[in-house]
Design a protein around this ligand. Sequence first.
Ligand code: GLU
Ligand code: MG
Length: 445
Amino acid sequence: MDKKELLARVKEDHVRFISCQFTDVIGVVKSVDVPVARLGVALEEGVWFDGSSVEGFARIQESDMRLVIDPATYALLPWSPTDARRARVFCDIYTPDGTPFGGDPRGVLKRMLQKSQARGWTYNVGPEPEFFLFRHNEGERVHPVPYDIGGYFDFSSDDEAVRVRTELMDALSGMGLEVEVAHHEAALGQHEIDFRFADALRTADNVLTLKYTVKAIAARHGLVASFMPKPVFGINGSGMHCHQSFLDEKGKNLFFDAKDEYHLSPLAYSFIAGQLAHARALAALVAPTVNSYKRLVPGYEAPVYISWAQINRSALIRIPRYTEGCDEGARAELRFPDPSCNPYLAFAGMLAAALDGIDRKMTPPKPLNNINIYELDEAQRAKLGIASLPGSLAEALRELEGDLVLQAALGESAYEAFRRAKWEEWDESRIAVADWEVERYLEAA
Ligand code: GLU
Ligand code: MG
């Protein structure tokens, strides 16, 4: 869709307001609303806003920023009232001198994608975002409780969660996401909605769309939707596994090789090797919250160790089993990202790590099929050369500080802003007193 088509489309859809959206460095969606009568001007001149109060954006003395609308991202917000119809577009951020703003996460991913595009490759990502539906408890300290009583793939003909999920699938399809499956996940109150892979930029836009759509529709049912990686101790957390591949200009999957044992090409092997080599630093981008590291522990189908395998859910990268004739399905599933990440920065980092593996012709270690890595002790892991993911956000940040490839992928502005925001988050959590500590020490100490 171009500018002209967008102007025609908003008329057709009786849209009254356009939300011009972007994210801060953390991944929080920000929005500037434009009444539809001003859309023509906004498309020509951009939308000016004050960037100084946005996390990771400009310093006070250079706070003016310009949003440039990407008309291709138009989508009607299905929950907006018919008499005040609202649509959204995603925007790119520019500085007053007309150059792309270095701290714009969407711009970071676009710049990174140019590197694979220059080689004729499209970087595709298909994510599997998981989330919980909770209900508010009474009282001051709200401890949400899981909503339904289902388990993995459980069929329930008519509970509220199924009604929400059905409504969600409709809403997401209406917003241009091709929903492939939606199902109950393993944990109580946990769900997953998978949509079809697309190039990384479109997928990152889609992830944000999915998150706020799920939240908006859940809220209409009096429920709270949460993408927090580990909201409840003792049960599975929520991941966002990412299936990745490269297509060439003719749409051929470059990961596929009929002759290889795992049907993977040398390019795919170097891709995997690159992501494994950078995994400890990449963690800061794909699992970027304090809470992310409560998910990445043994026993809950989330990865903990740096390894790859064909049929092993404890591995960091899993190669889904090859189905005869499905050459286009060759892909690498990265299992440590979680939905608290900023998808633009996460995908930029994942691609940078993979390209480094390809440029340096890295080869991965042996796959760890049929081994439950959770059950190995430290000595056994050391013997097999299996390293662990960072155990905390602080550890991941320190790794990122030593990884020049990932720093270059973010660029100076985004990297510095991300680093600063995340250390602040860590420091806040470090001095907070958790419930666990009170329970453990209050009387015992
Ligand atoms: N919820 C699990 C995780 O945290 C994954 C379950 C699955 O394999 O889909 O990654
Ligand atoms: Mg899942």
